[in-house]
Design a protein around this ligand. Structure first.
Ligand SMILES: *[C@@H]1O[C@H](CO)[C@@H](O)[C@H](O)[C@H]1NC(C)=O
Ligand SMILES: *[C@@H]1O[C@H](CO)[C@@H](O)[C@H](O)[C@H]1NC(C)=O
Ligand SMILES: *[C@@H]1O[C@H](CO)[C@@H](O)[C@H](O)[C@H]1NC(C)=O
Length: 197
């Protein structure tokens, strides 16, 4: 398995900053979820990344090009989005304090104080179109202005973050009666953190 090194900058809550090496399992970064919910679509069923370039360098991940939505939800659906970091401990995946949940993702996706925005969506060029269609309409193209995604954690109170992790990204759609659609989306990024000596 190929691993690519990206530096994770960690600022501790009270005192000084530490850096970690994030060794990311590199098979196109996004992988199908290892504990995928029934009926979930994997990364390449949900989006077409053929025109997107993601290049992992020590200073961060350079992103450019565009990606196309392959999901086909109804435009009136509510999308619930989650980003959860899990740590592999004593043989199982355990939740960590690093979680993000937006029950109505499409409503907040371009809010400046949202992490979705700060790390990802602020770099979308065709913002008006994406705001309207969100990630629900098949063949919507998300066009990126080239950017560097720097991995950074602030106000961390855990003294030692070393270990094996996965970040799980899920999208669920709910219809106008708030009934969950059977199809959902799940992708994960797996890697290891080691402290820089
Ligand atoms: C998406 O990327 C491809 C390849 O770089 C390019 O040919 C196409 O014009 C792009 N589409 C949009 C809408 O920018
Ligand atoms: C999208 O979903 C709708 C209704 O669920 C269906 O009628 C339509 O054929 C689908 N479109 C594509 C391109 O799969
Ligand atoms: C870090 O925590 C302190 C105290 O809880 C808070 O005042 C500050 O805004 C936080 N900084 C960030 C970047 O979250």
């Amino acid at each position: 398995m190929l691993k690519t090194l990206v530096i994770l900058f960690v600022a501790l809550a009270n005192t000084w900053a530490t850096d970690y090496n994030a060794l990311i399992d590199d098979q196109g970064i996004f992988m199908p979820c290892s504990e995928a919910p029934a009926g979930s679509l994997g990364p390449h069923d949900g989006f077409n990344f053929d025109n997107m370039v993601m290049s992992m360098e020590p200073e961060g991940i350079y992103v450019s090009g565009n990606m196309t939505v392959k999901l086909n939800f109804s435009i009136s659906d509510r999308i619930s989005a989650r980003f959860s970091v899990m740590q592999y401990e004593r043989g199982t995946w355990q939740p960590t304090m690093f979680n993000l949940h937006s029950p109505n993702f499409c409503k907040v996706m371009f809010d400046a104080d949202q992490y979705w925005f700060k790390y990802w969506l602020k770099n979308i060029r065709n913002r008006e179109e994406v705001r309207e269609k969100c990630l629900k309409v098949k063949d919507t193209v998300l066009v990126y202005d080239e950017f560097l995604m720097v991995l950074k954690l602030e106000n961390v109170s855990t003294p030692n973050l070393q270990g094996r992790y996965k970040a799980v990204i899920t999208l669920e759609a709910f219809d106008e009666h708030d009934v969950r659609r059977p199809a959902s989306f799940c992708a994960e990024i797996r890697g290891e953190l080691e402290r820089v000596k």
